[in-house]
Design a protein around this ligand. Sequence first.
Ligand SMILES: C[S@@+](CC[C@H](N)C(=O)[O-])C[C@H]1O[C@@H](n2cnc3c(N)ncnc32)[C@H](O)[C@@H]1O
Length: 267
Amino acid sequence: MSQITTKLTGVPRTMLYTMKTRADEQARPHPLFQDPLAAEWQKLLPMDEDMEAVYNDLAQISWSTRAYHYDRITSHHIANHPDPVVVELGSGLSTRFHRIGQDVKYWLDLDLPEVTDLRRQLDTETEQHQFISASVMDFDWMNAVPYVAPENILFIAEGLLMYLEENQVQQLVTQMQSRFLGASFVVDLMGNFGKLFRKVTIKIGSPHKWFVKNEKDLAAMGLQIVNVDSLYQLYPERWTFHLRLLWQFLTQFPYFRNAYLIVDARL
Ligand SMILES: C[S@@+](CC[C@H](N)C(=O)[O-])C[C@H]1O[C@@H](n2cnc3c(N)ncnc32)[C@H](O)[C@@H]1O
């Protein structure tokens, strides 16, 4: 297949960036995971110059580490539920279904139309693996979630909520709770530290909008917090010796501990 020309701008374009971090992970000497499909798709959908200019090792390790942590939470969910259903919100070109989703009953990848159109060119939709073309804020998407007891459902919002306004996140949580009470919802949250990078995100047309003090901001929306991890405390072996020591030191302080959180919550 020859390269695909895209006209992605704004937040949808950021999924080319996270896909590249996964594609590059497997070329590392000791990768956390293999992702041959991301490597294949990334060749067809390379990033443009603007995105290349802000791509670096820190981003590669951060976002592939995040992806690996979501993989582990998802595998645990699949192994411990009789009818596991996974719904990725703002899935981009996530290849998680192909990495770890074989034993799932249903897997839904939801993203905006311009992204889902790209997925349809690259991936094959089946009854088990369905694609939803919608904004997460257009709540009709909830009708597409297969009927199973909510405890079986894991909703994933990887790299999504910081692009929404706080009141939108609250509306989303309230609507999901009214439909899927008891389901799992795993999200990542950007702390106030992230505000330091606002200029860069504005420059590439995808400003972050929601920053948290800590996970209590999510709990205040009505979610039950099950587990919280600070991204920069996870998988220390994946960082260089000096950065490992730096994260170890800095994340003792709340401002840095809360810089980026992965939260496993219940609706
Ligand atoms: C940083 S990317 C993350 C993609 C993927 N989760 C990953 O980790 O590779 C953010 C994704 O959120 C999607 N997105 C942003 N706003 C959205 C909305 N309102 N509804 C659905 N998807 C949205 C974008 O199109 C993009 O694919």
